[in-house]
Ligand binder design. Structure first.
Ligand code: GNR
Ligand code: NI
Length: 167
């Protein structure tokens, strides 16, 4: 396994739309293992391949407290969604920034697992938030894009200053 480096907002590569995986083979399973290692090390509860500059529809999520419930979503599709819920979100690509985002309260997602087998998951709560957050990454969207343009420019400035401070 290898820890991968995570792109930082507003890196333009985060705006890339991911392509579907054609075959779930060992190359994809290696990517999944590396993404899981990167997510746990961060630490985070989810990671999209986009964030590690690989533009394929691959997501890993583990919302468990014990970090022992890894879920893999390849070519995920939301087949139904209902309700509305506001949650405070953060993102490993936007470190130290947290803000409220409105999303569907419950989603049903269909995807392939690491064996290429199709499954359906009904998600609510944090899992529902995370699934939608990660699927946005695959579409080239970062959660801060739901915030006002004023907030977005403040966030960009804050992250720029932080990079300068570490030089
Ligand atoms: O680790 C993460 N925590 C989180 C908290 C609230 C809503 C979404 C997330 S996802 C984030 C990891 C990440 O950036 N995934 O893309
Ligand atoms: Ni994120």
């Amino acid at each position: 396994m290898a820890k991968l480096s995570i792109l930082r907002y507003p890196d333009p590569r985060l705006y890339t739309v991911a392509k579907p995986v054609e075959t779930v083979d060992d190359r994809i399973r290696k990517l999944v293992a590396d993404m899981a290692e990167t997510m746990y090390a961060a630490p985070g509860i989810g990671l999209a391949a986009t964030q590690v500059d690989t533009h394929l529809q691959v997501v890993v999520i583990d919302t468990s407290e014990e970090h022992n419930d890894l879920r893999v979503f390849i070519n995920p599709v939301i087949v139904s969604a209902d309700g509305m819920a506001i949650h405070e979100e953060g993102c490993l690509s936007v470190p130290g920034i947290y803000d409220k985002v409105t999303r569907a309260e419950r989603v049903t997602v269909q995807a392939l697992d690491a064996d290429g087998k199709s499954f359906t998951l009904e998600a609510e709560g944090l899992m529902a938030v995370c699934v939608q957050h990660e699927m946005d990454h695959l579409l080239g969207k970062v959660f801060v894009q739901y915030l006002s343009t004023l907030k977005q420019s403040r966030i960009k400035n804050k992250l720029k200053k932080r990079v300068l401070e570490t030089m």
